[in-house]
Design a binder for this molecule. Sequence first.
Ligand SMILES: [Zn+2]
Length: 361
Amino acid sequence: MLHAIVSGITAALFLTLSAAGAQIDPRTALLERAGWDAIAAGRAHDAAVAFRDALSADPKNARLHLGAGIAAALEHRDAEARDELEASIALDPKQTLARAQLGQILYRTGDVAGAIRTYELLLADAPDDRDAQTTLERWRRESALNDRMQQAIGSHFTVSFEGPAEEPLATEALASLDRAYWRIGQVLGTYPAQPIPVVLYSTEQFRDITRSPSWAAGAYDGTIRVPMRGALENQTELDRVLAHEFTHAVVRGLAPRGVPTWLNEGLASALESESLEWAESRVAKARPVPLRALTSGFSRFSGAEAQVAYATSALTVSRLLAEAGGPAIVNLLHDLGEGQDFDAAFLHRIQRSFADFQSGR
Ligand SMILES: [Zn+2]
């Protein structure tokens, strides 16, 4: 989503740049231009390098800090992104783009109150920004809901829920999450050390806050978010959804970026339950989907397309787990999170080229 925001603003930004870019030396101007071009092309690392070089020549330039902040955000280096965006705003308090980005980073890292304050300041400068208004209202609803919630605290998870009526459900969820923690931890040979936040919602709250597609049974964005209606009556479904989202939390902990969607969703779908019969029967009835069509998010898919995408990913990762083992996949995730090339990392960690693995022989 951040990338969509960035692409949208880059065109507008170029106009501002050409209008304002007077007192900047030519080399720095070239680096800045290269930085924005790289952001527009989705090459976050190149952008980060260009803005870093430009900043060493012109450290008090608010736009360069903005660019460095956006590049860091795209690479999920959130603490650095926050520092750069705050530096940009300190140098030029009218940097509404920096405020917009900063708000998104604060929200993404769980600081809803900080995100709200940032968007209030943004809207004070840009009162006609309808998207920002809608986002701010949604965050305020979430914050008000958070204030009403109670928490059940375990060693590995903190489960928030609304009202005493849901307390048995929260206890049930905590127990289910703990089972997933040990079972999946054992398969992968890795156990998250930090407690993972989990929020139980009504169906309406879940759709409002996560804006997930209607087929989604859960979401993970640093917090595991789950709609709970009917969940208690169906223990198997509760276990499945929580194990799935927990796996996403493990993946994010190992690799905050660079993970193709088929690998991330495939791990979550392969580890959510013991049986993969659902995936086999789904794939048997559908035209095969190449993995290269499954590298970016699935939320663009219809329900039926999404089922095939998840089933294909689950079967692929299940084969990868059987061939290479969980710890090899964990090492692959580490490499991807550090920005290594996928094919090179795959060959190194799985001891087989990705093309060869895909051919299935
Ligand atoms: Zn998922």
